[in-house]
Design a protein around this ligand. Structure first.
Ligand SMILES: [Fe+2]
Length: 270
């Protein structure tokens, strides 16, 4: 599995944007078998139980999420022995219109130094007209109440899944997202699996490039919607990066976090 771990630059990208995209994650023959299995795969299993024990074995979808490259991805973000949270074979039928659908899954979730992941697997070629899931990268630090953001449309920086069969997106569950309309005659599936970590999410990835000079720039990514809030967003990202990378004093630019942490009033007077 070691060769499938995310590197530090990819982790920094996840911290900044809240998602990563991997084409060719699931081989074509397995994609087809998974697509055939999706309508009958079933719903919720034992929420909060060990994923390895709970997830079905010897079925196409069982096998797909146990591929070494998928396991490496999971391990990098949430560490060993993850817990099963839930899954869903999300279906948008052919010619089904979705309308405003922006929402956040993670309602009232203020846990610090913590995130769950959702793996979104697209088993067939998903065209623009089929309307793959959309995400607004970088919104994972903005907690809102589920669909109250439905009035926001065409946000700057919005992306959506237009991808070949076998593509997997992994995303922080707090990223704002939604389903798009399907303008084709073909039903579209997005298979989602949510997992929880069981221990602190510290240095579970390949840290050999931890000092790469590209990392500050990656953390500083501007997605277009941040505007004047960009530096505040950057502070949230740096706090999470400090935690995940095990660098409690990490800072960038003009040492932005020092600005709010330096306080002589806290020094004890003898
Ligand atoms: Fe959702």
């Amino acid at each position: 599995m070691t060769e499938h771990l995310l590197n530090s630059k990819q982790m920094a990208q996840f911290v900044a944007s809240g998602y990563l995209k991997f084409e060719d994650m699931i081989p074509a023959d397995l994609c087809k078998a998974c697509r055939d299995e999706m309508p009958t795969f079933g719903g919720y299993m034992a929420v909060g139980s060990p994923f390895e024990e709970t997830w079905p074995k010897n079925t196409p979808l069982g096998d797909a999420f146990r591929l070494p490259q998928v396991q490496g991805l999971i391990h990098s973000l949430i560490g060993p022995d993850p817990l099963y949270d839930h899954h869903a074979a999300h279906l948008v039928k052919g010619n089904q219109m979705k309308g405003p659908d922006a929402h956040q899954d993670s309602v009232i979730d203020f846990r610090e130094n913590y995130f769950d992941i959702q793996l979104s697997f697209f088993p067939v070629d998903t065209t623009d007209e089929m309307g793959g899931t959309f995400l607004v990268p970088g919104t994972q630090y903005r907690n809102v109440r589920t669909g109250e953001i439905g009035l926001y449309q065409h946000m700057r920086g919005k992306i959506w899944a237009t991808c070949p069969a076998g593509t997997m997106y992994v995303w922080n569950t707090r990223v704002w997202h939604g389903a798009r309309s399907n303008h084709t005659d073909e039903d579209r599936y997005m298979f989602k699996l949510r997992l929880n970590p069981t221990r602190p999410q510290i240095r579970n990835f390949d840290t050999s490039d931890l000092d790469d000079p590209a990392i500050p720039g990656i953390l500083n990514t501007n997605h277009g919607w941040e505007g004047n809030e960009h530096r505040y967003e950057l502070m949230h990202r740096m706090k999470l990066w400090r935690y995940l990378s095990g660098q409690p004093d990490y800072d960038i630019g003009e040492r932005f976090l020092r600005r709010i942490e330096y306080n002589p009033g806290r020094v004890a007077v003898a």
